[in-house]
Design a protein around this ligand. Structure first.
Ligand code: DON
Length: 319
């Protein structure tokens, strides 16, 4: 917003300046106290609103972290991007597209009406209905196996073993009637072919995986790097899957603000209600941020500002 766009050149400045810009982004927005911490999942309301971490991971493997970049929080909806990638890897572009569309619903992320309006066809894998239909497709002979495939898959993106936050999982499990209703509705339309409540359980666990801003940056940099984790060197998904996933993030990753986000910030991104954001610059790297206070659309206030600043000063933005 208050950053001039003069450096949106599409090329990166010398790496010696990345560290400096990441520090400047943190310094610039740490005093911002706008926004409200999410409370519809009871335990999220207890988050410390002053926490603020910023991290840039380059597709070459260097990682620059500032502030509370190693504080862990629940990944929440950001998991949707990476589970979508894993499912695309397992089934391929066509099969997944047939089951879950790639368009914004124009409605809230937990909308039931969005399902009803399109004959039960979930249009958007980045909101709850489409994400539940996506999680239902995760390979595995049992739900325990599906969960383990989600956990290990996201861990490969992060380059370390991610663990479940049991407190967040239980808190959300006790209050997720709406997601259960959406899953049952999808079942009624034949869009979920396995036990819908078990799917909600795996989905609730995937949302409760603990990550840091550093993890988000590395996970995003894996998508930026054509599917190879730039820190571990491991191939996690194919390059084709990365482009599929990034296209979906560009159009639908930031809830109902996705168009405005692309217009102002110019990068595919995904946010979560615990306060995380990951933004991906294909071929260059990714920005991971964490700060709990959210704007009315559900996106972290400081995270959006810091991402905007870095996308411009580092020339990461596509547009
Ligand atoms: O299902 C939920 O409501 C949360 N586990 C995730 C919410 C979130 O981050 C918003 N999603 N687009």
């Amino acid at each position: 917003d208050d950053v001039e766009q003069e450096v949106a050149t599409g090329s990166l400045p010398g790496w010696d300046r990345v560290e400096e810009h990441v520090r400047a982004a943190h310094e610039r927005y740490r005093g911002n106290d706008d926004g409200a911490v999410a409370d519809y999942i009871p335990v999220l309301a207890e988050a410390d609103r002053s926490l603020f971490g910023v991290c840039v991971a380059e597709s070459g493997g260097a990682v620059h972290a500032v502030g509370d970049a190693d504080v862990e929080f629940s990944v929440q909806s950001i998991s949707k991007a990476f589970v979508y990638a894993l499912v695309c890897e397992a089934y391929g572009h066509e099969d997944v597209l047939e089951r879950v569309g790639v368009d914004s619903t124009g409605l809230a992320f937990n909308s039931v009406m969005a399902v009803e309006l399109h004959d039960g066809h979930p249009r958007n894998p980045m909101v709850n209905a489409g994400a539940l239909a996506t999680t239902a497709l995760v390979p595995g002979a049992s739900f325990a196996e599906k969960w383990e495939n989600v956990r290990t898959g996201l861990s490969r993106f992060a380059g370390r073993s991610l663990e479940l936050d049991g407190v967040v999982y239980r808190s959300e499990s006790a209050t997720n009637m709406r997601n259960k209703a959406i899953a049952r509705l999808l079942e009624s339309y034949g869009r979920i072919e396995v036990d819908p409540l078990e799917v909600v359980d795996v989905y609730t666990k995937q949302c409760a995986l603990r990550v840091s801003a550093r993890d988000l940056a590395v996970m995003g940099a894996t998508l930026a790097d054509g599917g190879v984790n730039p820190v571990t060197g491991e191939r996690v998904v194919s390059a084709q899957v990365c482009r599929d996933t990034l296209a979906v993030l560009a159009s639908t990753g930031m809830y109902e603000r996705s168009g405005e986000w692309l217009f102002e910030i110019g990068l595919p991104a995904k946010s979560g209600v615990a306060g995380g954001i990951v933004a991906v610059a294909p071929g260059k790297g990714a920005i991971g941020t964490y700060s709990p206070p959210l704007d009315p659309a559900g996106n972290s206030v400081r995270g959006q500002r810091a991402t905007a600043y870095l996308s411009r000063t580092l020339g990461l933005n596509l547009f």
